[in-house]
Design a binder for this molecule. Sequence first.
Ligand code: GRF
Length: 222
Amino acid sequence: MTSPTPIAVLASGRGSNLAALIAARRAGRLAVDFALVASDKAAAPALRRAEAEGIATLALDPQGYPDRRSYDLALFERVAASGAGLIVLAGFMRVLDAAALAPWAGRMINLHPSLLPKYRGLHTHRRVLEAGDAEHGASVHFVTPELDGGPLIAQVRMPVQAGDSAESLAARLQPLEHRLLVACVAALATGQVVWRDGGVEAGGQRLRAPLRLAVDGSLQPA
Ligand code: GRF
């Protein structure tokens, strides 16, 4: 049996995705150890969730640093010191510095609430409605210096319904995001999905399109 992958989760807010990861691990569906939960916001509920689980936490305030790079370098130094081999950005609301990211290439993933490459950045639910899209969803991708632009690992899709608001879309997408993130972290932890040569391989094959989350929670070829 291989040992669990030590992960760090970075979150700025609620931490419902962190909670989903914790629940999956407890249920024996996720072979990870939580090395650290870190936030740029000392008041983030995500930190309280982690503390309640006995997970090591770090609140690092960007105000104490002269620029983005020095903050990110300090943050990732602490993450590395925790022993984490994989960083999961789950609602971490900061743009990251390219030089600070470089050592983590292929070892950092982000959850984004849109069907990338559509709607990078903020306000994705509102933008889906403004565009009149029939479909919305969430993506998990490897992090590169390009904001929300790294190689896609997997997506989950859902229909937009008549009368949907940004709030109703967010509420319906949230449980799907949780399942998508758990499935992706599990796939990375088991080596089913790997980063190779700047791209994604799943089951030994280079991905041409992101995997999709099936109803049973598994990741399937598109
Ligand atoms: C999620 O909607 C995620 O897609 C976005 O930020 C939100 C984080 O939610 N990047 P939570 O803090 O995990 O509840």
